[in-house]
Ligand binder design. Structure first.
Ligand SMILES: *Cc1c(COP(=O)(O)O)cnc(C)c1O
Length: 359
């Protein structure tokens, strides 16, 4: 039996997707070989790759003037690729700082440009929140404005899309496909696959055409969006298996009714878990209501000495990977698209029992 997996990443994948991959694994569509053993230039593989892109475009309603790139190196390599691609002439960029991932992004960018850091985290009534944009000091002439939609470690999510004259560049690693998104508001949306898309090893970059040609001349060709776009993300061998499996996840999402439908389930899951935490005096969540992540729910126990027992007993109950990030401790339940409502119901029931026993 499969357990419920609350890992932040690499994260849960839909069971039907894994079963289909298993079925196709050794002999893909009767071709006598697996998808992993095929040339990425073969017509069979190219069709798989194109179908995945078409389905992602459908799911997110991506306009035609955007390229969709299937790259490697994780979201972390995009922390460098973005300034290398966008700071060719104008080297000024605005970076909104709300947590650990936005900090990593801005530290990389500082190697290439003149980075204006906007400190947008603040504490209100003991809860962490995002400061409204009216309090941000934006540059007049930035090449772009970067922010992280969902801080996976802190469990802090934007409840608005910033308003900006400069193109918006956003890390959606842990929130892409969890809810509908107006792509046309963005210059670049990027996401590592291993949270809410597919296996590790693939990074999706959605980039508006007019941003393709402002790269620094010393940018490696593999990182250069215009080169990747011209070569259908195949400047070199792409992560073929991760691309294929992500395509199966896109098909599964479309079968679920698309992003609008999965958002309803996600909201139900989040309301159930936060609702329980809020009415309990044994558990607590540190984030202000309006900025609570729908995908990553950190929580603490009344007595931190109980954390080890909590994790051990949870594992015994088939509830895996509930430890918070090593940098912050506590607990964290990541409830991405592939974690079903029943998983969150089982978690809440376990938390109730545990609080009764130890409270
Ligand atoms: C996980 C994560 C990253 C890092 O992703 P890698 O693929 O490991 O480089 C960056 N940003 C956010 C928001 C993340 O959740």
């Amino acid at each position: 039996m499969r357990a419920y997996n609350f890992c932040a990443g690499p994260a849960a994948l839909p069971t039907p997707v894994l079963e289909r991959a298993q079925q196709e694994l050794t002999n893909w569509h009767d071709r006598g070989l697996s998808i992993m053993e095929m040339s990425h230039r073969s017509s069979d593989y190219v069709a798989v790759a194109q179908k995945a892109e078409a389905d992602l475009r459908k799911l997110l309603n991506i306009p035609d003037n955007y390229k969709v790139l299937f790259l490697q190196g994780g979201a972390s390599l995009q922390f460098s690729a973005i300034p290398l691609n966008l700071l060719g002439k104008n080297t000024r960029a605005d970076y909104v700082h709300t947590g650990i991932w936005s900090e990593k992004a801005l530290k990389e960018a500082q190697r290439y440009g003149d980075i204006n850091v906007i400190e947008a985290g603040r504490t209100v009534d003991g809860k962490f929140a995002i400061a409204p944009q009216s309090e941000w000091q934006l540059s007049d002439n930035a090449a772009y404005l970067h922010y992280v939609d969902n801080e996976t470690i802190g469990g802090l999510q934007f409840d608005f899309i910033p308003d900006s004259n400069a193109p918006l560049v956003a890390d959606f690693s842990s929130s892409i496909l969890s809810a509908p998104l107006d792509v046309s508001k963005f210059g670049i949306i990027y996401a590592g696959a291993q949270k809410n898309i597919g296996p590790a090893g693939l990074t999706i970059v959605i980039v508006r055409d007019h941003l393709l040609d402002q790269a620094r001349p010393d940018i490696p060709s593999i990182l250069k969006y215009s080169d990747q776009a011209k070569n259908d993300s195949m400047v070199n061998t792409p992560s073929t298996f991760a691309w294929y499996l992500s395509g199966l996840v896109f098909e599964w999402l479309l079968e679920q009714g698309g992003v609008e439908a999965i958002q309803q389930v996600n909201l139900q899951k989040a309301q159930l878990l936060y609702g329980y935490i809020d009415q309990s005096d044994f558990y607590a969540n540190p984030i202000a209501l309006q900025n609570r992540s729908i995908m990553n729910v950190p929580f603490t126990l009344k007595d931190s000495n109980l954390e080890k027992i909590f994790l051990k007993e949870a594992e015994g109950a088939g509830l895996l990977n509930l430890a918070g990030h090593r940098s912050v401790g506590g607990m964290r339940a990541s409830i991405y698209n592939a974690v079903p409502l029943q998983g969150v119901q089982a978690l809440v029931a376990f938390m109730q029992d545990f609080a009764q026993k130890h409270g």
